[in-house]
Design a binder for this molecule. Structure first.
Ligand SMILES: [Zn+2]
Ligand SMILES: [Zn+2]
Length: 61
């Protein structure tokens, strides 16, 4: 995380633990965490394993 991002988080109402909790939510479609989905909602998979579900929109479990 860059210093700039860090200060943005510090200046917002959201705490780091809330953010982490948010990104750890699992997807109902592919069962990957929200963090694996890009800004468009498309799942990019875990590490070097691409997501095989073809999930293109995060949906919280
Ligand atoms: Zn996925
Ligand atoms: Zn998904």
């Amino acid at each position: 995380m860059t210093k700039e991002t860090e200060s943005k988080i510090n200046n917002s109402d959201i705490s780091l633990s809330e953010l982490i909790f948010h990104f750890r939510e699992k997807c109902k479609i592919c069962a990957h965490h929200r963090i694996m989905h890009n800004e468009l909602g498309v799942c990019e998979g875990v590490m070097n394993k691409p997501c095989t579900s073809g999930c293109d929109g995060f949906e919280a479990e």
